[in-house]
Design a protein around this ligand. Structure first.
Ligand code: GLU
Length: 468
């Protein structure tokens, strides 16, 4: 049997971390078993769905690298099929028209509450023999009235629902459009889903869906309902907690692998391993090891993981992602040193790509202002001599290498009986505008001969201008 899983978002907003984790679990399960992963856009709620949301979801999936083997399928393109199945259920006697008006339903619930019963549809239209003039009916599924349904959930264990608890749900609205519980069953059936992995907010829908599967003579898929994600205050993760959109993590400078690694550990574990390559995630993942309890989002841990990934990934890979952040700063990374070489210098010193980009701008754009404090301390009248000396030494270098640059900083410091820092720091401020950068010799090598000479010259002129 080929394992088939799906991710079935409703396009009513961006791809949020909860959805991304569900997608990841489904994707991992399919990949682990050499199966197929399907993307289905559940866009039947025309009022709440939007093309912008569809695009945001697709963008999020692409950024995370969660590639799908089939789809995206759009439910709005499958209305004929849903109508066909609804007609079949009517024909079989497993569905019926319901003409109850709003008022009638209201009165019924009122009565039930007065009798201390749980408000639910009592199935009165099951026995109605003639349509009611002028009423546009809905169609309801005839849920079994006896026995129970057991959802054999891989995460939650067996969960039993009494059929008497499940009323006859509406499967088509007055305008004939199908509802969620119907479309999801038709699609899971037609698309051959073997495993449905989704948020546990859908657990209560599963017995209803199982009954529809049975009415259609089909075996339901295996269900796995994944507990929700909480914010660090214990409440359900929401906008209130800050970033919940997957793309906002890109914007904040996270690598997609770091977010995936974070999400896979959020509610799943493999011993006490924290860092997983994608291949390890695929080979170790198992739904059985998904926690039953909800898990809390912890931004500090995500940040820590991101840093580990930045340190351990190839410079080319990081450069691929960093390039977008440079663009955000209006920098064209092709106009300067190779970005991967800049990355190699910065990898050890950045927690996010936003930080790395901000600290790398001077490689591509001459600094136009010096940090005030840095300049006050390092670009002084007294430093003109050092800068001038180094300017001459560097201009005379036969080759522009970090080794030779380093040797000149060293011999200048010896000749002047000054610490190396006293030589390096004014140059650093001249080049970067500030006092922090990777080792100066390597920075200058990458920065280039000509640009170094002109940056030091500019700094000397700047000091002189101010002294006048
Ligand atoms: N479209 C549903 C949602 O976004 C998910 C349906 C499912 O996975 O069965 O919540």
């Amino acid at each position: 049997m080929t394992i088939r899983t799906r991710f079935a978002p409703s396009p009513t907003g961006y791809l949020h971390v909860g959805g991304a984790r569900t997608a990841l679990f489904s994707w991992l399960y399919a990949r682990k078993h050499g199966g197929r992963f399907v993307l289905r856009i559940e866009d039947t709620d025309l009022e709440r769905s939007s093309i912008e949301s569809v695009n945001a979801i697709l963008e999020g999936m692409t950024w995370l690298g969660l590639d799908y083997d089939e789809g995206p399928f759009y439910q709005t393109q499958r209305f004929d099929r849903y109508e066909e199945v609804i007609a079949q259920l009517l024909e079989q006697g497993d569905a019926y028209y319901c003409y109850c008006s709003k008022q009638e339903l209201e009165d019924m619930r009122e009565q039930q509450r007065a009798n201390k019963e749980k408000p639910r549809y009592d199935g009165r239209c099951r026995h109605r023999t003639a349509p009611i003039e002028g009423v546009q009916p809905v169609i309801r599924f005839k849920n079994p009235t006896q026995g129970s349904v057991i959802v054999h959930d891989v995460v939650k264990g067996d969960v039993e629902f009494n059929n008497t608890e499940l009323d006859d749900l509406i499967i088509a609205r007055p305008d004939g459009s199908p509802t969620y519980n119907l479309t999801v069953v038709v699609d899971d059936l037609d698309m051959g889903m073997t495993h449905v992995i989704r948020g546990d907010d859908h657990l209560n829908n599963s017995p209803r869906q199982i009954n529809i599967f049975k009415a259609l003579g089909a075996e339901p898929p295996v269900f796995a309902h994944v507990p929700m994600i909480l914010g660090d205050d214990g409440a359900r993760l929401s906008k209130r907690h800050g970033a919940v959109s997957v793309m906002s993590y890109r914007d904040q400078g996270y690598l997609p692998e770091a977010l995936l690694n974070y999400l896979v550990r959020l509610g799943w574990s493999h011993g006490d391993q924290e860092i997983f390559t994608l291949d390890e995630m695929i080979s170790h993942f198992d739904i059985e090891n998904v926690n039953r309890a909800a898990s809390s989002f912890n931004t500090d841990k995500l940040l820590w993981l991101n840093q580990q990934y930045i340190k351990a990934s190839s410079a080319d890979h990081i450069a691929h992602h960093l390039s977008w952040h440079m663009g955000q700063l209006d920098i064209d990374p092709t106009q300067g040193p190779e970005l991967s070489k800049v990355v190699a210098l910065q990898q050890e010193r950045a927690k996010t790509l936003v930080e790395m980009a901000a600290n790398s701008t001077y490689f591509y754009r001459d600094v136009d202002t010096y940090d005030e404090k840095a300049a006050r301390k390092n670009l002084t009248i007294d430093s003109i001599d050092v800068l001038q000396d180094m300017l001459e030494r560097l201009a005379a270098l036969p080759e522009w290498t970090a080794e030779l640059i380093h040797a000149q900083i060293k011999s200048c410091s010896e000749a002047r009986e000054l610490g190396m820092g006293k030589i390096a720091q004014p140059i650093r401020v001249a080049i970067t505008g500030n006092t922090i950068s990777p080792p100066l010799d390597q920075t200058l090598e990458l920065f280039g001969n000509q640009r170094t000479i002109s940056a030091i010259t500019r700094a000397i002129d700047w000091i002189k201008d101010r002294a006048e």
